[in-house]
Design a protein. Structure first.
Length: 405
């Protein structure tokens, strides 16, 4: 099949380092593994091109505007141009990543009469209004309702997002909506090779991968790791070296580095490394250097718990014991004390204790990591994720309350 993948969001480079970029790349890979011919139509190509996607056909029509209001108008115009490019090239299926002010796939369907899959990863109208600037909310709602109405399948990343879509559509989308959580490339991300007997043990390494934004709770992790390293020394009667790796970039970078500097004052047990943004191709190697991986989300309002965290799936695929906040979808991904440990969101003490427990028990780390890897391969590979999104095209959609994550 000829697949037109559409993303009009100028904030998401197809070839970038953020989670949304990885998501695009992995869906493209999953289509290609099926034998499909994929062309990506986007407003931002990006420059961090993985070797296996160097031959991917990408049509870029950039969004240029001097201010927020102009940007919204420009996105709508760009979406129409992207749709025109798809129509000119032809396709057998249009797959659009939901973007504010874009109903591109709907225009494609009207002209080519091809099926449309709309992938919705967040309630973008509320997100834009709360965290950024939304000048034309009526226009955003109108375009969103248009693309939802045009879609044959609305693949939502979580139940919360599916409910948002259903409410916004006035209930008309419920029979075309399916919950499809994120996944991981279990062929690309694999566990580290076990160290040979007699190999000197390395410094115990705790890792985080993700964008440095307030709702990722990295400040909580910094304080918890510092407390754990200090407590470890007290319990063992001598310094126990700890290393914390923060991999990612974002608006909280400077504040987090300042906090880290304060926490390290006078410490001889903990090192903290900020790597900056990491290219997706380097993530597998990075993860193999961790002993424990953390998703330390803070306490959030129920409305904000719509995410399906890519990092957690990647941690599992890497065979790492995971410590994660029990919030949003995470309890459906992590089976406590089987594939990882769950702690209360924002609870520095609980997170610190979990890290101490795992640092002291290599056998438990190994057991959790092996079970997590099995879970990732069995349930969360991107091939299975795409299959769930496309399944309604060949069969009825299960009622939302019966969808199993």
């Amino acid at each position: 099949m000829r697949i037109a993948y559409i993303c009009a969001d100028p904030g998401i480079p197809v070839f970038g380092t953020k989670g949304a970029s990885v998501h695009i790349q992995e869906i493209v890979r999953a289509f290609r593994r099926r034998g499909d011919d994929v062309t990506v139509y986007c407003s931002r190509r990006g420059e961090v091109v993985p070797a296996d996607l160097a031959d991917l056909s990408v049509v870029e029509i950039a969004v240029r505007a001097p201010d927020a209001a102009g940007r919204e108008i420009a996105i709508a115009s760009t979406a129409q141009l992207l749709a025109a490019a798809v129509i000119a090239d032809g396709c057998d299926l249009a797959y659009e990543r939901y973007s504010l002010f874009s109903a591109a796939a709907g225009l494609v369907k009207a002209r080519l009469a091809v099926p449309v899959v709309l992938e919705v990863n967040a309630p973008l109208i509320e997100e834009q209004r709360t965290h950024r600037v939304l000048a034309d909310e009526i226009g955003a709602v109108t375009a969103t309702r248009q693309i939802i109405a045009a879609a044959d399948v609305v693949a939502c990343v979580s139940q919360a997002v599916a409910t948002w879509v259903t409410d916004l559509s006035g209930g008309t989308a419920i029979t075309r909506t399916v919950v499809v959580p994120n996944g991981v490339n279990t062929s690309r991300i694999t566990p580290a090779v076990p160290a040979r007997p007699g190999t000197p043990s390395r410094v115990f390494t705790v890792g985080f991968v993700g964008t440095l934004k307030p709702w990722h709770g990295v400040d909580v992790l910094l304080r918890a790791a510092a407390a754990a390293a200090t407590a470890s020394r007290a319990r063992h009667g001598e310094p126990q070296r700890w290393r914390l790796v923060i991999a990612g970039a974002g608006p909280e970078h400077d504040a987090l580095r300042a906090l880290a500097a304060d926490l390290l004052t006078g410490s001889d047990t903990l090192d903290i490394e900020f790597t900056g943004a990491v290219a997706p191709e380097r993530i597998p190697h990075l993860l193999r250097g961790f002993d424990v991986a953390v998703a330390p989300y803070p306490l959030a309002e129920t409305a904000d718990q719509y995410f399906s965290p890519l990092k957690v799936y990647e941690y599992l695929a890497a065979g790492l014991p995971v410590v994660a906040s029990a919030i949003g979808q995470i309890p459906a991904i992590i089976d406590h004390d089987s594939t990882g440990l769950l702690v209360a969101p924002g609870d520095e003490r609980a997170l610190s204790e979990a890290l101490l427990e795992l640092q002291a028990d290599p056998d438990r780390r190994r057991r959790l990591g092996e079970a997590g890897r099995t879970s990732a391969v069995t349930h969360h590979d991107w091939t299975a994720v795409l299959a769930r999104a496309l399944a309604p095209l060949v069969g009825p959609v299960a009622p939302l309350e019966k969808v199993i994550l």
